[in-house]
Design a binder for this molecule. Structure first.
Ligand code: PRP
Length: 222
């Protein structure tokens, strides 16, 4: 299937099998991770598409938080770092409220393609989030296990003023636990994705676009 050219970024984008590109951008960009190129199937979401959708998400967040004194962002390590950095700066560019940034790290995937179903808190919050308008920033929601665990964990720590969730990617076909996501960048098909913060066995996080991994490398783990 050919990639789709997206022109409107102000609503959730359902990514087709062929991926999405912004007008005029070619998918022939080099994916250069020496020795690992053969694992990559294709670019699923181009950098132009990511940039435009992130600006649209930022616009919606700035509108929704127009009465907030500040936003307490909680970035979920490691996957959400790249997306969060771009989103937080887009919110600033659109004159949004100041943003305090904290981090939390949970891990369920380890170095495997399949979720273990268990979530470990590896790094916990350092800010006092009591009474704050909390915005959890995630890269991808797959089974929903990580976010459900983290949401309960965060709510157990302190009484927050509000809590919303923003995820760049959503893979609803894999959901095992329901979770309400307030802001979704792209709904993706059931591919193993990597790049733009997300990884395959710690590889590819640095790529500025989202790729898919060839199913032959996943050994029926999808
Ligand atoms: C990945 C991803 C999400 C989570 C989603 O994190 O970043 O946090 O899995 O999966 P789920 O909805 O099935 O729980 P991972 O545990 O791999 O850690 P990482 O962010 O450091 O890569």
């Amino acid at each position: 299937m050919r990639p789709k050219v997206i022109r409107k970024y102000d609503k959730k984008i359902v990514v087709p099998e062929g991926g999405v590109i912004d007008y005029g951008e070619s998918l022939s960009k080099k994916i250069s991770t020496p020795g690992l190129e053969h694992m990559v199937e294709k670019i699923l979401i181009s950098r132009g598409c990511l940039a435009k959708r992130i600006r649209a998400l930022a616009k919606k967040i700035v509108h929704d938080y127009r009465r907030a004194e500040a936003i307490q962002a909680i970035v979920i390590l490691k996957g959400a770092t790249i997306f969060s950095a771009d989103l937080i700066r887009a919110i600033y560019e659109l004159n949004g409220p100041p943003i305090e940034i904290d981090f939390i790290r949970a891990s369920s995937y380890k170095a495997e393609a399949e979720s273990s179903g268990k979530v470990e808190i590896l790094i916990t919050l350092s800010d006092n989030i009591a009474g704050k308008d909390v915005l959890i920033l995630e890269d991808i929601v797959d089974t929903g296990i990580t976010l459900n665990n983290l949401k309960s964990y965060i709510l157990r720590q302190k009484e927050v003023k509000s809590l919303r969730i923003c995820s760049l990617l959503d893979k609803p076909s894999r959901r095992q636990q329901p979770i309400e996501i307030d802001y979704i960048g792209f709904e993706v098909p059931n591919y193993f994705v990597a790049g733009y913060g997300t990884d395959y066995a710690e590889h590819f996080r640095y790529l500025p676009f989202v790729i898919t991994i060839k199913p032959s490398f996943l050994e029926d783990k999808l």
